[in-house]
Structure formats: structure tokens, C-alpha cells
Design a protein around this ligand. Structure first.
Ligand code: NDP
Length: 328
């Protein structure tokens, strides 16, 4: 019998619980590539999974961890061979398929991306699903034709994982970045990432008017709810908003006014089922456009045993930037 260290979530008549334990290799799920996981991360969704606060886990037992990086140890997939360095994001890993908070993972090769040149496995997870989603959001704005010449960009949830990487990326790409945060104490951190202005998230989080003063040409919103409604209402004529998150709420209490009176576009961003070509482009862009020193400033590293206590913290919006989990 071969076992490895893992966080395991169970739900039964003793309740919903997550614990560090040994997991039997024979209980891994089907897949054509086995990976020795070296790093994972703590994402908002991992917080939901570990605490059971929202039903993101659809199979028990579950190993949470929606992303990981590591080295292939066995493969029958033609695109991957033993020794390849790989990254995984999404595809239900950590929700419906056993995830990254474990020393081993077995997945479909079609879900994997090769680690891009110039990026280490630890750096890939400092980026993680949150950073990759930030990149997808920036690419959505670019696909729509948005450029820094159009005006400022606002990033909501700026001190969080998606927000921090979005601020760093957009600043590097030449945007005037307005960072919206509820944590005034993080102003220096955000300026260090390249934010030109900091605004208090309270300006955006309460119910607002259908249209407001035009303040920004573009937005990356990781917050949803009233914040997204207010971001839309204050977007300049013909601007665009990339919506990728729901930290304030899943609702969107908005009006159609920004769309029909200002031609504002709302661009949806999904990282989980994003097609391979988009994933590969996003990771290539991250290797190129994300400043390594800023990535280091955004991220901190914890051990697998520490991850359980971070679930409630990320849900409470208390964690900063990206948390890398050193697994293997
Ligand atoms: P974090 O918890 O790291 O960041 C979220 C940030 O949002 C917080 O740091 C805080 O920023 C702000 N925030 C938290 N609560 C509230 C609130 N009640 N009102 C207003 N602002 C709030 O999470 P991530 O960055 O990892 O993820 C952000 C969101 O993006 C989540 O909802 C997540 O589910 C979603 N997401 C979506 C993906 C997709 O595929 N579309 C992929 C990855 C994430 P501050 O302190 O600066 O105010």
C-alpha cells in the first residue's frame, strides 16, 4: 500500500470536516497523468471548500486545492512524459476531482499546461488560479480593444489575489491603475505593485445610482454585487468591465443604463473551463508580463499543514495577495 500526505474533506453523519491525513494512492481518481505535486495555493474557492460555507465540493471524500504545479511521474497521454513540469487550474479539480492539497494527483492530461519557460513551479503557484484569472481578465479587455490610451482602469478587491496580480499586470502594461480596497493599510503595498491611485471600497460597495460620473475606461472586478453595479455606472462611454469574481456577492443589482446610454460592455471571465489555447496564451503572457519582483512581493508561502486555518481567513478577506502552499 502506498500512501501520501493530503488534506481530506469528508461529509457524513459526523458532519463536514477537513483534516490533514494520509491518502491511499489506490483511491486516486481516473486520469492519464500522475503528478508529484510540489506547490498549490489558497484561493477563495478553496476557502469555501475547506469550510463547507458554500457547496463547491461535489464528491466525498475530496482533496481540495483547485490548482497545482509539479512534475509528471507517469503518463499515457501523448502530450506529457515523465519529468515534464506542469500546471493545473480548474476543470473541477478540488471540487469534483481530487485536487492539489496532496503530494500526488492523477488527472486528465487535457487539463494540464506545460510550465512556461522562465517560470518556476513555485512562481506558477504564486500566480495560481487567481493570477491566471487576472490575466484572463486583462486579455478580455484587450480583446475588446481596450488600451491604456483610453483612460484609467479600476481594479476592485485590489489587495486580494486576483486584484493584486491585476494591479501589477495592468501597471506593467502602462495603465493608470486605480486600486479599490477596503484596507487602507495596504495602500503602500498596492502602490508598490504599481497602483497610481487608491480608493476606499466603501465608495463602491453600497447601493448606487444607475449612472454616475465617468471615472474609468476599464475595470477588472473581482467583487460583484453593488460594487460591480457601481463600477459599471461610473465607466466612461464605450468602456469595458471584465467581471470575474463575487467577493461581495453573486448578485448584480444594476440597471441597463450604462449599457444603453454609454455603450459600456460587460465581459465575463471564467477560468475553470477556459479552452486550452486561451490557457496557454495566458500562462505565456504571465511569464512575460508579470514582474518577478512584484510577484514575490504579492506572495507568501505556507506548509500543507497550515492550509486549514487559512480557509476562514480568505473568506473573511483577511489574506493579502497570493498564498503558495509548499506541498512536496
Ligand atoms: P481574495 O479573498 O484573495 O480577494 C478578494 C478581495 O475582495 C479581498 O481581498 C477584498 O479586497 C475584497 N473583498 C472581500 N470581501 C468584500 C466585500 N464584502 N465587499 C467588497 N470587497 C470585498 O480572493 P481571490 O482574489 O482569490 O478571488 C476573488 C474573487 O474572484 C472570488 O470571488 C473568487 O471566487 C473569484 N474568482 C473567480 C474565478 C473565475 O474563474 N471567474 C477564478 C478565481 C477567483 P480588499 O481588502 O482590497 O478590499
Amino acid at each position: 500500500m502506498s500512501t501520501f500526505k493530503a488534506i481530506r474533506i469528508d461529509k457524513d453523519d459526523q458532519g463536514y470536516r477537513a483534516q490533514l491525513t494520509q491518502f491511499d494512492e489506490k483511491d486516486l481518481m481516473e486520469g492519464d497523468v500522475t503528478v508529484a505535486v510540489s506547490h498549490s495555493t489558497v484561493n477563495y474557492k478553496d476557502g469555501l471548500a475547506m469550510t463547507g460555507k458554500s457547496p463547491v465540493v461535489r464528491r466525498f471524500p475530496m482533496i481540495p486545492g483547485i490548482d497545482f504545479s509539479g512534475v509528471v511521474t507517469a503518463s499515457t497521454n501523448p502530450n506529457f512524459k515523465t519529468g515534464d513540469k506542469v500546471i493545473l487550474n480548474g476543470f473541477g479539480v478540488g471540487e469534483t476531482h481530487l485536487g492539489g492539497y496532496a503530494e500526488k494527483a492523477r488527472v486528465k492530461g487535457d487539463w494540464l499546461v506545460h510550465l512556461p519557460d522562465g517560470m518556476t513551479a513555485a512562481e506558477a503557484m504564486a500566480v495560481g488560479t487567481a493570477g491566471y484569472t487576472a490575466m484572463l481578465s486583462v486579455m478580455a479587455l484587450e480583446r475588446y480593444g481596450m488600451t491604456p490610451a483610453r483612460g484609467p482602469v479600476v481594479v476592485t478587491g485590489a489587495a486580494g489575489g486576483v486584484g493584486s496580480v491585476a494591479v501589477a499586470l495592468l501597471a506593467k502594461l502602462g495603465w493608470h491603475v486605480i486600486a479599490s480596497t477596503g484596507r487602507a493599510s495596504e495602500a503602500d503595498y498596492l502602490k508598490g505593485l504599481g497602483a497610481a491611485e487608491i480608493i476606499d471600497r466603501n465608495e463602491l460597495s453600497a447601493p448606487g445610482k444607475p449612472l454616475g460620473k465617468e471615472r474609468w475606461a476599464a475595470a477588472v472586478d473581482s467583487v460583484g454585487s453593488h460594487t460591480l453595479a457601481n463600477v459599471l455606472a461610473q465607466t466612461k462611454y464605450a468602456g469595458a468591465v471584465a467581471a470575474c469574481g463575487l467577493a461581495q456577492g453573486m448578485d448584480l443589482p444594476a440597471s441597463v443604463a450604462p449599457f444603453i446610454l454609454r455603450g459600456v460592455a460587460l465581459l465575463g471571465v471564467d477560468s475553470v473551463m477556459a479552452p486550452q489555447a486561451l490557457r496557454q496564451e495566458a500562462w505565456k503572457r504571465l511569464a512575460r508580463d508579470l514582474d518577478k519582483a512584484k510577484l514575490a512581493a504579492i506572495s507568501s508561502t505556507v506548509k500543507l499543514e497550515d492550509v486549514l486555518s487559512l480557509g476562514p481567513e480568505i473568506l473573511a478577506g483577511k489574506t493579502r495577495g497570493r498564498i503558495v502552499v509548499a506541498v512536496g
